[in-house]
Design a binder for this molecule. Structure first.
Ligand code: SF4
Length: 235
């Protein structure tokens, strides 16, 4: 995907909230959500960036200016922000303005850029688009969803956390096998979170998921934005 001008990105939404997941959970943060994704997860919670991408074109200058003075942390999320070739200019401008920059990515694309935390969420088999989708969509998603070479490059260059969406206890077999191929990663940098868009779903899975975390030394991450706001856009 290319911007039609070098200094613009297509943005689904910007909003000031708190980080709901991962190692910086609870941190007040300004979110910049790029639109467009190279994957098609069945349970995608932002289909307006993937299945039906939407958004306005913003200049880098306007995005930097939109960050409130009080928001030291900026999270660039998607969609897949690493699709944007001018992302390095945006992150450099945000850091020059004194912001802590997190990038949230599925980890299938590599770019060299400035950031403080690369939050990588590799997609497991449970993200399959589903039998109700055209076969070509499923084949394409399966071919793209994991790239061990890209993951290793991201881990090598950036301060990373790896965050997995877990649907069933069996998913841990896939996670363990993947992590065995990334031996430099400390268990503390691995975060597991429940699949679900309601407090009840997240809690029900969380009960057995925390036990699996205890066995392996992985971290459990809540989904605080769902606790506070439900499955609501712009939170
Ligand atoms: S990678 Fe993220 S944004 Fe893209 S389809 Fe999957 S959940 Fe949605």
């Amino acid at each position: 995907m290319l911007a039609d001008r070098d200094d613009r990105l297509r943005i689904a939404e910007v909003f000031h909230s708190i980080q709901g997941e991962g190692g910086l959970v609870g941190m007040p943060s300004f979110f910049i959500r790029t639109t467009g994704c190279n994957l098609r997860c069945e349970w995608c919670d932002t289909p307006y960036t993937s299945w039906q991408p939407e958004g306005e074109w913003w200049t880098i200058e306007d995005l930097v200016a939109a960050v409130p003075v009080s928001a030291r942390h900026v999270v660039i999320t998607g969609g897949e922000p690493l699709l944007w070739p001018n992302l390095p200019q945006l992150t450099a401008a945000l850091r020059a303005a004194g912001r802590h920059v997190t990038i949230e990515t599925a980890g299938t694309i590599y770019q060299a850029l400035e950031c403080d935390l690369m939050s990588v969420s590799p997609k497991l088999a449970n993200s399959d688009p589903g039998p109700h989708r055209p076969p070509a969509v499923r084949v394409d998603h399966a071919a793209r969803r994991l790239d061990i070479t890209v993951l290793a490059r991201l881990l090598d260059r950036y301060a990373c956390q790896l965050k997995f969406v877990v649907a069933e206890p069996d998913d841990l077999r896939e996670i363990d096998a993947l992590l065995a191929r990334l031996p430099s990663l400390a268990p503390e940098a691995v975060l597991l979170m429940s699949l679900g868009s309601s407090v009840a779903e997240v809690m029900a899975r969380g009960r057995w998921l925390t036990e699996l975390c205890k066995e392996r030394g992985y971290r459990y991450t809540p989904r605080l934005h769902i606790d506070l706001y439900g499955d609501t856009r712009g939170t």
